[in-house]
Ligand binder design. Sequence first.
Ligand SMILES: *[C@@H]1O[C@H](CO)[C@@H](O)[C@H](O)[C@H]1NC(C)=O
Ligand SMILES: *[C@@H]1O[C@H](CO)[C@@H](O)[C@H](O)[C@H]1NC(C)=O
Length: 312
Amino acid sequence: MACVAVLVPGLVGGSLGAICMRAASSRLTRSTLRHLTLTSTMKSKRKTDHLERTASVVRREVVAVAKVCGTASESPSVKSLRLLVADKDFSFKAGQWIDFFIPGVSVVGGFSMCSSPRLLEQERMIELAVKHTNHPPALWVHNECTLDSEVAVRVGGEFFFDPQPTDAPRNLVLIAGGVGINPLLSILRYSADLHREWANKRSGYEIGTIKLFYSAKNTSELLFKKNILDLVSEFPEKIACSLHVTKQTTQISAELRPYITEGRITEEEIKDHISNETLFYICGPPPMTDFFSKQLENSCVPKEHIFFEKWW
Ligand SMILES: *[C@@H]1O[C@H](CO)[C@@H](O)[C@H](O)[C@H]1NC(C)=O
Ligand SMILES: *[C@@H]1O[C@H](CO)[C@@H](O)[C@H](O)[C@H]1NC(C)=O
């Protein structure tokens, strides 16, 4: 076992934690390891830094190597990555994020998975969609990352949907703003996987209904819309969506028009879905997340049924 001392601000009991890389991680190339150590021992001064923002959030201990094996442009400003994570000790729950360690980049990124945990179990793949910003990890993804680039990843976060097979079906309302769709898409895809498994075997967790509210600037910034609409048409009795655009300047295509509302998601729309049996997951810019979580609390939704993640 190779042991690497890294600075982990989030670990209980202080800032210096020793992370033991399991034998499986010996695939790490020498240079990735060196860079990982360097990267992780540098502390960012930025206030909006992912590590500082999430310093108190629980992380798993596995740091795994991930290899880029596909990239795609999802919108004018968003690039998606498919990463192969061979280490079987690496797993995540739908909705969680990863610390993203890039060789030679001193700032650690934080990106939510948008893929289902089933894709990892079956193909050892995870998917991320990263918006172009001046934050060094996002710049690296957009400008330098290529096929076969290697990074290291570690799972964290308390925003997830992880029903157990014996749990009663729960309805979900997912509210996404912009790239906040990522963890909610992971939850939606995972729910669809659970439903397929349940429909095939009549065992496992039986999902309730899922309603996705998703707002973006315009139709080209509505990420994964085809995938979302495919899930809606595959499971019309289970999955529904309401897509919103707030700054559309061009005409909406005839194909998309039936699904799109111009203007933001309103509290009235959400109110129609309030019940004590429903779980609410909200991810978007802080003002939006605050607005809807307050609205729900004011409508007597128990706090423990409201989950939110603020995304920048
Ligand atoms: C949406 O906004 C982006 C960024 O401003 C722009 O590049 C794109 O052309 C717009 N797309 C549509 C369909 O209006
Ligand atoms: C949920 O149940 C609690 C306790 O029974 C109740 O006080 C509250 O009003 C209910 N909320 C909704 C939205 O039905």
